[in-house]
Design a protein around this ligand. Structure first.
Ligand SMILES: [Ca+2]
Length: 189
């Protein structure tokens, strides 16, 4: 009888263990720590299936549940807002001063925002593209016009891999608008 009960308990325990799932949450903020709204997020499993999706509100917070441990998921990010958001001649001045060596960006994220054409470095071509967008000669930049980073990683990405061993509550991202090197864009737009 004891053995029978033990088997039932073991089977029930295995059922509970296999049903254990985790959650992922975090905040997407600008460098000045304002929440970024309108970010389309997708969680993708190793088969390429989308297991969760949402669009952030202006708090920039997000949360996904029912994720399994030991699996490498990808968090995909996307935001293509108004190209004019945060653009001014002052951005062109700052990029020009950077190229002349009289100005340093405060962080690698603003430096990445200066690389409008995503060539991997900042040049006069980026100023030309910014001017073309401001003058409505060009409609937009190559790719989407908001960039995303992990705080310790200066490389902009559109997909962030993660593996669960426990609930992850601080998978935060930093986002900047392309061309907006002085962080004046409204992150809610
Ligand atoms: Ca700006």
């Amino acid at each position: 009888m004891y053995k029978y009960l033990l088997n039932i308990i073991l089977i029930a325990s295995c059922g509970i263990l296999s049903a254990q799932t985790y959650s992922l949450s975090g905040t997407i903020e600008t460098v000045s720590e304002s929440g970024v709204g309108g970010v389309e997020l997708e969680v993708v499993d190793p088969n390429g299936d989308i297991v969760g999706s949402l669009i952030t509100d202006c708090t920039g917070t997000y949360s996904f549940n029912n994720l399994e441990p030991g699996i490498t998921y990808a968090l995909r990010t996307s935001k293509n807002g108004s190209v004019y958001n945060g653009h001014s001649a002052y951005d062109m001045v700052l990029i020009s001063k950077y190229l002349l060596g009289t100005y340093e960006f405060d962080n690698p994220f603003q430096l990445a925002a200066a690389d409008n054409n995503e060539s991997g470095h900042v040049s006069v071509a980026d100023i030309a593209w910014l001017q073309s967008v401001i003058l409505a000669i060009e409609e937009n930049y190559p790719g989407e016009n908001w960039l995303f980073f992990r705080p310790a990683d200066s490389q902009a990405r559109t997909s962030f891999d993660f593996v669960f061993s426990d609930d992850t509550t601080d998978f935060d991202l930093i986002s900047v608008k392309k061309g907006d090197v002085n962080d004046s864009a409204d992150p809610c737009q």
